[in-house]
Design a protein. Sequence first.
Length: 423
Amino acid sequence: MLTRRTLAQLGLGAGAMSIIGSLFGCKEGGGLGLGSSHTYEGHLIKTVRYTYGGGMTGGGVSSELARQKDGSVTLTTREKEWHNSREQGFDYVVDESAFDRFAEIANEYGLLRASKRKMSDMIVYDAPTGHVSYSVMTEDGSYDLDASFSITSEQELTEREREGFWAVSTALSELAAASEGTPYLEPINATLAVNGVQFQFFLNDSSASIDLGKRGSITIMLEDHGDNGKAFHLERPLDVSDAPLATGAAGTICYDAAENAVVIFYADGAPADGLYELGTTQYAFDAQYIAEIEPGEAYFYTNYISDGDEGETDSPTVGALCYVSYHNGGGMEGSSESITLMRDENDDVVLEYERSEGPGDEAEPERFVLDGGAFDEFSRFVDEYGLRDASERPESEIQALDAPTMSITFGYSLYGATCRAST
């Protein structure tokens, strides 16, 4: 543990000790960074946060230990499978002493110093990343920017610092496992995607909203609904057994049972028999922009998490595998080969093989049309060999520069026939 006494034992003078102490956060009788307690030198740790995820899939996990304004200390854990999944997790109330362990970790592994490391030159774009952050305040409630810090897994950390980075994650998980929490499930969200523009909606928990969520991702034909709304028709009626009646207010999304259509009101309407409310726009000002949408094709999807009973769907399920790619090569030699299984613009399943002997070699890829069941075997590989979990492992610290690399990429549909790659 690096203290002023340790510095003195190294034969450094008072001036040198002051400079080094300032750089590395050394305190008399304390350790590197935060000292040995969540209260130190008139300071308090306010929050400890860990996140991991992002990249092409957009999913991830997060945990946060935080002091609340009422004096309580809470722990929240959240996770989502991909960027549009419904977030779920637990909320806990824990003892203030929980901060002690995180002060010890920051002190033991030198996390304040680690936060000053430069970013690595070897960064994998669109890959998941990890983050650890501590926010620190003085007892009068003001933040101390010098004591607060943030670390990312993409920094050039020492082996010891990287151990400390993951020790924060482990400690938060252990704290959650030792506590009793209240389950959390994010409200159902829906998205209307039109010409690259997305409009978000909060849906209620009625049977009609859940029924709509189970439909997966659907391609719709949006049309005008009177002079105050936009609508699209469904293939099957929704279950309205407990759905609330709608007022037709601006900014609401409703179900018109008589027309078997979902209606989005951008201006106030009036209540009507068979009109049920599904939810509201996430942003009130979206209503005026929805009014300007021209009739035509669009996509509608939700973040609904299934309970295992999918029922019937109107289209391929959100998250269906639609892209598998293998690539090997690069480096100094530059030669490479790639094999890609994907759905093209006509929704046909095609296999493409391409080999390049180096920069400037632009050979035309060989192309084959296959049966739609070609994806089934690869879906089995993902589950059988735990490839989704494997993709979340940290990058190796030993990397050969300018050496050939190998990668496998899986892509899943977000809505309609659109596919996005996910490592």
